[in-house]
Write a protein that binds this ligand. Structure first.
Ligand SMILES: C[S@@+](CC[C@H](N)C(=O)[O-])C[C@H]1O[C@@H](n2cnc3c(N)ncnc32)[C@H](O)[C@@H]1O
Length: 733
């Protein structure tokens, strides 16, 4: 059975069944009048929030990290207190651009850094943790769908987006008719819930208490069943679609599978974990539960009416039907026992995502229907089989998996391993694992797959996935490390040359991490061709006993050092454009500063990337070069930010000619653009001023030309560099 690749017939059948189920559910909702108001306006989104009444407060405080509803339409919620009433009243209003800025700066926020803030007295606040109390929250009973009256956290509807009969979008606070519709949805759900649970149309499975991610909803909300992640309106809508799409299937496995997948889609896009995201350039909208790969309950969230979910249905591709014999099986990759010419795998990595825990969210919706469609499948994520951790166990299971797959392919077979890169050090481990499994890397491709959430401020950078292409290592090749080094060097250079040839100077396609990973891959291409190096095989190195105990630092294995060398070569070889002539005479610290600047000018702000660069250049002291400590907000110090700091002092960078040059730029800026002081300073300080002059001028030109986009911290310094370069160029003594 194929859904993707099933061809036209499958696609049409699935489409017809799905739209019939959707239409029937829509007709029912329409009949109940749950998504339309008295004026005939259609709801587009319902916004809910948690509210809490601290012990010494007279009213419930609605919680949200921001009450900005829609930046594009400049709409916010302002809470009002009516005397004697313990529920606040939301006022949904349009505001001016100036006020909008304040709201973006969390004006009015009632939840900041884990504290509840009184909206009428920002000096009054309570920590959420202390409100939860030492014993934590009451755990919900399976059948509960809303909080009990005496629960700490209550929930309320605070805003609805409507489309009026003329097609205008309007945000409104809910009125009494809206609350009646909410009550009706709850009543309708309660009438059906027992039956629907029995038939498996809504989840009954408990949330595992011991998971890394799954313990979060239990601890922070008291939710114990997967159905608790959905509010009454959401459960009613999904239950209705489920009852329509999963009944009367007459054992049609294709339709059952498609219906389950669609329900998973609805669950993802419409839960109490669906956040509401506002943007300056387009109308706000609800997002999916797994916008991040976690299960973080939200204080305010959005729910979709059914009419806004038609587009969430999966349209299976019919253009590329699978014609070959195919089999879909689930199982532990260590137990695979069929032969394949090509194995394509996408392994989990170093606990980056807890798939087996997050998978339960979907399995809870598939429930018993899985057994109906696939008799030997279980609605169980089989957590105990999942490859986990990042230490010995992880490596061991990975080597077992890849050795098994290598055993089940012919000598001319191939493997393709996908790996979304995060930490290049982890990448080195993957290389060694595959190597130990008897595979040889023959090629590596970086494919742009993921854009970081929210996008990076400058430049258009994407997150890459590396595809490693591998063959079986059939040849018995034994080598010696000192012979391998030059081979690695050539391979890394070849790799970088080929990427640079593709890179367009104005708008580079490859980011720095891409180059580094390509360098790793190139090193691996050489290394994995050998069965042993200096008489030792890689398993020995991979599972080498690491020192234990406090403060013990694992010494790098010799193989790791070869891989690191690959990175170093890449670092040395990747010279920023325009600095080619000056480069050979620069020290490692100077090169690091300039390369970091080069990378930063293309929008990079991740400290990890700068750290990798420092590692590549073999420089220990990175932090003095950086400004801003936060992991994703790092940038390189400008000449003016350096000022006199550490000038000529103890650090390796502090006494380099480049550091003095930066000071001279700063002096030029400080002297209102007059380069004389800077030039005299250099002349006095540098023993070989005349010899250094040409390369210093080249560096100044490069600094002046660096595109720093909207970063005005550089504007004056770049101009200073330009003026000083002019002075140095015309210096005749
Ligand atoms: C990176 S994800 C794959 C994502 C998938 N390619 C996709 O696009 O949705 C890694 C997967 O490996 C699975 N996995 C973990 N341990 C496994 C094992 N021992 N055998 C087979 N699969 C395993 C995880 O459950 C997870 O679904």
């Amino acid at each position: 059975m194929n859904l993707v690749g099933g061809g036209r017939d499958v696609r049409n059948r699935v489409r017809a069944a799905q739209s019939a189920a959707f239409r029937a559910a829509e007709a029912q909702i329409e009949d109940w009048g749950l998504e339309q108001n008295e004026q005939g306006w259609r709801a587009e989104a319902f916004l809910y929030c948690v509210e809490v009444k601290p012990p010494d407060c007279d009213y419930y405080i609605p919680l949200a990290p921001s009450w900005l509803v829609d930046e594009y339409l400049r709409t916010v919620v302002i809470w009002r207190h009516d005397e004697g009433i313990d529920r606040l009243r939301p006022d949904v209003v349009e505001i001016s651009a100036a006020e909008l800025r304040e709201f973006k700066n969390t004006k009015g926020a009632t939840l900041v850094d884990g504290r509840v803030i009184d909206p009428f007295d920002p000096n009054r606040s309570w920590s959420v943790e202390s409100l939860r109390g030492p014993d934590g929250l009451r755990l919900w009973e399976t059948d509960e769908v809303v909080p009990r009256k005496d629960d700490l956290f209550q929930e309320r509807l605070y805003c609805i987006r409507w489309m009026d009969t003329e097609g205008n979008r309007l945000y409104r606070s809910p009125n009494s008719c809206d609350f009646e519709r909410e009550a009706k949805a709850l009543r309708l759900l309660n009438e059906r819930i027992a039956n629907w649970r029995m038939k498996g149309f809504i989840p009954s499975a408990p949330i595992p208490l011991d998971g890394d991610k799954t313990s979060e909803p239990v601890r922070t909300r008291g939710w114990t069943c997967w159905s608790h992640l959905f509010n009454p309106r959401q459960l009613l809508t999904h239950g209705l679609v489920a009852s329509q799409s999963l009944s009367n299937l007459h054992q049609d496995r294709v339709l059952a599978a498609a219906a389950m997948l669609n329900l998973g889609r609805l669950a993802d896009w419409n839960s109490r974990l669906s956040c509401w995201l506002s943007s300056p350039t387009q109308i706000a909208g609800g997002k999916n539960t797994f916008l991040n790969q976690a299960l973080n309950p939200l204080y305010n969230y959005s729910a979709r009416p059914l009419s806004m979910m038609a587009s969430a249905q999966i349209d299976f591709d019919s253009e590329r039907p699978i014609r070959a014999a195919s089999a879909v099986e689930i199982g532990d990759a260590r137990d695979v026992n069929r032969e394949c010419d090509l194995w394509i795998t996408d392994p989990p990595y170093a606990d980056a995502v807890q798939y087996h825990e997050l998978g339960d969210f979907f399995l809870a919706w598939y429930g018993k229907h899985i057994r109906g469609a696939f008799s030997d499948w279980l609605p169980d994520a089989r957590g105990q089989l999942a490859v986990r951790g990042e230490g010995e166990d992880f490596k061991k299971s990975m080597v077992e998996i890849y050795s098994n797959l290598a055993r089940h392919m012919p000598d001319d077979g191939m493997q393709l391993v996908m790996f979304t890169h995060q930490n290049p050090a982890v990448w080195a481990d993957l290389g060694m694992i595959l190597w130990a499994a008897g595979l040889r890397v023959t090629a590596a491709w970086t494919v742009a797959t993921e854009t970081p959430v929210g996008g990076i401020k400058k430049g258009n950078y994407v997150q890459g996935t590396v595809l490693l292409v591998m063959r079986k290592r059939v040849e018995e090749k034994h080598g010696f490390l000192d012979e391998v080094y030059p081979e690695v060097e050539d391979e890394v250079k070849r790799q970088i040359d080929s990427m640079r040839a593709l890179d367009d100077g104005a708008e580079p396609n490859f980011g720095d991490t891409d180059y580094q990973l390509a360098a790793y891959a190139a090193a691996l291409r050489v290394l994995t061709g050998y069965q042993t190096l200096d008489g030792q095989d890689v398993s020995h190195e991979l599972f080498r006993a690491k020192p234990t105990g406090r403060g013990a630092v694992a010494e790098k294995s010799r193989f790791e050092r070869v891989i690191d060398r690959g990175i170093q070569i890449a670092c040395d070889y990747l010279i920023p454009r325009g600095l080619e002539a000056a480069w050979p005479s620069l020290s490692a610290d100077e090169r690091l500063y300039l390369r970091a600047l080069d990378v930063e000018s293309r929008g990079e702000r991740r400290q990890g990337v700068f750290q990798e660069l420092a590692r590549g250049f073999g420089v220990r002291e990175l932090m003095p070069l950086l400004q801003g400590g936060r992991a994703n907000q790092s940038r390189v110090r400008t000449p003016s930010e350096f000022g006199r700091r550490d000038l000529g002092g103890g650090g390796a960078f502090a006494s380099t000619p480049l550091r003095h040059l930066l000071f001279a730029v700063h002096a030029t800026v400080a002297d209102e653009g007059k380069p004389e002081v800077g030039r005299n300073y250099l002349k006095e300080l540098l023993p070989d001023y005349w010899g250094d002059r040409t390369r210093l001028t080249a560096i100044l030109d490069w600094l002046a030309s660096l595109a720093h986009g909207d970063d005005d911290r550089w504007t004056a310094d770049a101009e200073g560099a330009r003026l000083l370069a002019g002075r140095l160029r015309t210096d005749h003594g």
